[in-house]
Design a protein around this ligand. Structure first.
Ligand code: CP
Length: 335
């Protein structure tokens, strides 16, 4: 039997995603406790985390399993990711051996590896996470790669269902937000895919020059259409927010300027007004639209503090749902 990896939400059939979300909801209600006894999850954090690491470790513990977290270069060997390299530089171990060895100890391997800001035509292939999946004999779970953050997407879908009930034909605004740094597109792409899975009308509001990758738009559009929703892309933020049921502000860098930080910063600099304010929340559907964010968030930069602390904020529930969504995922994958 071929192993199942979880590298992108859209790789799995929608019925299976719904099944995982149903298990997640049952876990949250306390209806499922065990299921992972003597199961081991190995995690490779090549980039930092608060929620992903803490929620994965907690998920394994709650169901009787064990999680190992490794940080290459900080207690475990520095890792080489280039397949054709002559390893006479700083890296000590290759991901080929790391993936094969961890696959012998653990029932699944979870990996976080962000893009490194070189050439987007290379980074967009998501080679590192795909090579972990290629060389590990056990399922590989994506904990955020260059292109996708599917565990965040599961939690986003779970939160939207909890908060909105019926999601079909409801308006989900993925809003570009200003940020001092050029951030990756994995979270916004995955959030759009999560809303598309729910059959929502997905509106991507971004300034000119800040489009997601064409493949991201295609993935959102195809899934939204299949599930009864739609995709619209606009640069009119206030029109997009008018009557919205959910707003997901998130910053991402210009892919057209990927690897050229000075040019990218100049394009971004004039856009500081792209921020979720209380006034903008008032123009959501009945003033009751929800504000979402994957966290970490820069207060009063991406989202105003009064929105984050206000009654429309779903960000803490969303972070809690990382735990339950991953409990559902782990039970499905290795339970
Ligand atoms: N949302 C999210 O992935 O949080 P961390 O980066 O803290 O894991």
């Amino acid at each position: 039997m071929t192993k199942r990896d979880f590298l992108a939400m859209e790789d799995w059939e929608p019925d299976l995603i719904d099944h995982v979300l149903e298990i997640a909801a049952r876990c949250k209600r306390g209806e499922i406790t065990g299921g992972l006894t003597r199961r081991v999850l190995a995690m490779m954090f090549m980039d930092p985390s608060l929620r992903t690491r803490a929620s994965m470790e907690t998920a394994m513990f709650l169901h009787g399993g064990h999680a190992i977290a490794l940080e290459p270069g900080r207690g475990s060997w520095t890792l080489e990711t280039d397949l054709d390299v002559v390893m006479d530089g700083a890296s000590v171990e290759h991901i080929i051996e790391a993936a094969r060895v961890l696959g012998r100890y653990a029932d699944a391997l979870a990996v976080r590896v962000f893009p490194k800001g070189g050439d987007w035509s290379v980074e967009r292939e998501d080679h590192v996470i795909r090579n972990f999946a290629r060389f590990c004999e056990k399922p590989v779970i994506n904990l955020e790669s260059s292109r996708r953050h599917p565990c965040q997407g599961l939690a986003d879908a779970m939160t939207l269902r909890e908060q909105l009930g019926e999601t079909q034909e409801k308006k989900f605004v993925l809003m570009w937000a200003w940020h001092p740094k050029a951030l990756p597109t994995a979270v916004p792409a995955s959030a759009g895919i999560a809303a598309a899975h729910l059959g929502m009308d997905v509106i991507v509001a971004r300034p000119p020059g800040f489009d997601l990758d064409p493949d991201d738009y295609r993935a959102i559009d195809e899934l939204a259409t299949r599930r009864g929703g739609s995709l619209t892309v606009t640069d009119d933020l206030d029109d997009a927010i008018d009557g919205a049921h959910a707003i997901y502000p998130k910053s991402w860098g210009s892919l057209g300027h990927f690897g050229r930080p000075d040019d990218e910063r100049a394009l971004r600099e004039g856009q500081r007004d792209w921020r979720l304010t209380q006034a903008r929340m008032r123009s959501t559907e009945g003033g009751r639209g929800i504000a979402m964010h994957c966290l970490p968030v820069r207060r009063n930069v991406e989202i105003d503090g009064e929105v984050l602390d206000g009654p429309n904020s779903a960000v803490i529930d969303q972070a809690e749902n990382r735990l339950h969504a991953q409990r559902g995922l782990l039970l499905e994958l290795i339970g």
